[in-house]
Design a protein around this ligand. Structure first.
Ligand SMILES: Cc1cc2nc3c(=O)[nH]c(=O)nc-3n(C[C@H](O)[C@H](O)[C@H](O)COP(=O)(O)OP(=O)(O)OC[C@H]3O[C@@H](n4cnc5c(N)ncnc54)[C@H](O)[C@@H]3O)c2cc1C
Length: 372
């Protein structure tokens, strides 16, 4: 069974090592020697990494909780309030699934319009499922796409920086699996150009030591020998997963919500008391990191991630996790990432970190080995 490596996104799903971050996930391993880039002796096209090919840089604050996302119902005055926030680095992946759990908690027995707070991936997927169940919905958010954290996300369907292994309960683990199960199926039926979602083979630096309950979601998994991959890495596993061009998906989902009669209202809620003025009696809280102040959730921390996006390279039809960080090829650019800084609130990319990110990926992709 495939295992997690400390340098991969998946390893950091459960990692206690988050506090040690601040720069890149890993150093690039240096086991390869002969570069294959010039001779083309690998079927995988190397990414052409160069500072001159960067088309934009972005940063976002992942809503990280060591004890995992919150999906819970409570009473707020005369309203039913269902929380759905705190997805760390897995909020695109899990959005459909935790929204399913949340609507299952909120909708039975309810009648009348519904409010959703937040217009990131979690708020929009909650709103769609409210509509699919036949209820009118209004989304209230202080920022709409493209100005949400969800728009920043790389969009790999795989969780990362989601929780700390010794901080979660068995009940929460059951919620995680239920959420993943629904998400995994829901993303599949949306694959295609309409929502900007596609399957890609993914190469992940790994260690063979233990198992992960998520492994069953990643088909066609194979541990590769060094002869079977060109990367300057020791142990590599290949599997298939989906990639979401997040801006595209969020735009299309807003369109779906509007076509089905949903309303959007830009509004900043300074406190939980402000929610009391809403006309709806059922409210879903999908405010991500905003829940820290709104509901005094001190367990919620920003985990800053930075990305450099290169000119698109359509010939790159695989993704990479680990090694120099990660690389996801999308129609809107090649996403280079792999940084995490806890409790950093500055939402702007830092030029020095971006330079290191580019340098590591450049060294990595120019170090491809020839395959036999
Ligand atoms: C660099 C980076 C890469 C990532 N890559 C991936 C990936 O590959 N795969 C993956 O699954 N996840 C990834 N993530 C994580 C993902 O982006 C988050 O988990 C996800 O965006 C959380 O979604 P959300 O809807 O909860 O929050 P947001 O997108 O932050 O949306 C929150 C909404 O609530 C609103 N709001 C907040 N406070 C208030 C308030 N007081 N009043 C009114 N409205 C409010 C905001 O305006 C916004 O509309 C990545 C994140 C980063 C930063």
């Amino acid at each position: 069974m495939r295992q997690m490596h400390e340098l991969t996104r998946r390893r950091f799903t459960q990692s206690a090592a988050i506090a040690s971050m601040g720069t890149l996930l890993s150093a690039c391993a240096t086991v390869g020697t002969r570069s294959s880039t010039a001779s083309g002796c690998t079927p995988l096209a190397p990414v052409n990494v160069d500072a001159g090919r960067v088309i934009r840089t972005v940063a976002g604050l992942r809503p990280y909780r060591a004890s995992g996302f919150v999906v819970r119902r409570e009473q707020l005055g005369d309203k039913a309030l269902v929380h759905n926030y705190g997805h760390g680095g897995g909020g695109i992946t899990l959005s459909w699934g935790t929204s399913r759990l949340a609507t299952n908690l909120g909708l039975p027995g309810h009648s009348g319009p519904v409010a959703v707070l937040g217009a990131g991936a979690v708020g929009l997927t909650t709103a769609r499922q409210v509509q699919e169940a036949g209820f009118p919905v209004t989304i209230y958010a202080k920022a709409l796409p493209p100005h949400t954290t969800s728009n920043i996300a790389g969009g790999q369907i795989e969780t990362a920086y989601l929780y700390k292994d010794d901080s979660v309960t068995p009940e929460w683990r059951a919620q995680l699996l239920a959420a993943m199960d629904y998400s995994w199926r829901r993303w599949q039926i949306m694959v295609g150009d309409e929502y900007g979602i596609r399957w890609l083979p993914t190469y992940e630096e790994t260690q063979l030591s233990g198992s992960n309950p998520m492994d069953s979601y990643y088909p066609a998994t194979k541990v590769l020998s060094r002869a079977e991959h060109p990367f300057p890495l020791d142990t590599v596993v290949r599997f298939e997963t989906m990639y979401v061009e997040t801006g595209h998906f969020l735009r299309q989902t807003m369109r779906d919500i509007s076509i089905a009669g949903g309303k959007f209202e830009v509004r900043d809620f300074p406190s939980a008391q402000a929610i009391a003025s809403l006309p709806e009696t059922l409210v879903f809280n999908c405010t991500g990191l905003g829940s820290r102040d709104l509901f005094q959730d001190a367990d919620l921390h920003p985990l800053k991630g930075q990305l450099a996006i290169l000119l698109p390279q359509p010939e790159v039809r695989y993704a990479l996790s680990g090694g120099p960080g990660y690389m996801f090829p999308r129609a809107d650019g090649i996403i280079l990432g792999g940084t995490a800084e806890r409790d950093v609130w500055d939402p702007n990319p830092d030029p020095a970190t971006i330079s290191r990110l580019i340098a590591r990926h450049k060294a990595f992709f120019s170090g491809f080995r020839c395959m036999a």
